[in-house]
Design a protein around this ligand. Structure first.
Ligand code: CO
Length: 134
């Protein structure tokens, strides 16, 4: 597997409209996209430094991954995403190494990326996303 860089940091927030101005106006990171990802039950708001993005994540309901995270841990860093050259190849390698991935097949995440998630148990405590550019 080849890691091409840090794609984004996913940050769970209670309300994008309240959290966004810090990233957009104080740090002055260019807004890239706002997108509802129904399959993950999340509204994403993406800021691009050009060397890694910040992805704000607001839940679309309590019974979603971000909804559950927020009620358990509150707002904060939810995951770190690395870009890979070939997601299917990464899945095969991770399975061979008995790494705990959350699905056997990539799903389509924000901006059309093919993504998988690696359980924090396998990474030293942080949810890791791998993503291949569409
Ligand atoms: Co992500």
């Amino acid at each position: 597997m080849k890691i091409l860089g840090i794609e984004h940091i996913g940050i769970a927030v209670n309300d994008i409209d309240i959290a966004a101005p810090f990233w957009n106006h104080i740090l002055n990171i260019k807004h890239k996209a706002k997108e509802k990802v129904e399959s993950q039950g999340v509204l994403t708001d993406i800021y691009d430094t050009t060397q890694g993005k910040v992805e704000l994540l607001e839940s679309l309901g309590e019974d979603t991954p971000i909804g559950k995270f927020l009620s358990k841990k509150g707002p904060g860093v939810h995951h770190v995403c690395f870009e890979v050259d070939d997601i299917n190849n990464a899945i095969i390698e991770l399975k061979q190494l008995k790494i705990n991935i959350l699905s056997d097949q990539p799903t389509i995440g924000a901006e059309g990326y093919k993504v998988i998630f690696i359980h924090p148990k396998s990474t030293g405590g942080v949810l890791v996303e791998l993503a291949e550019k569409p």
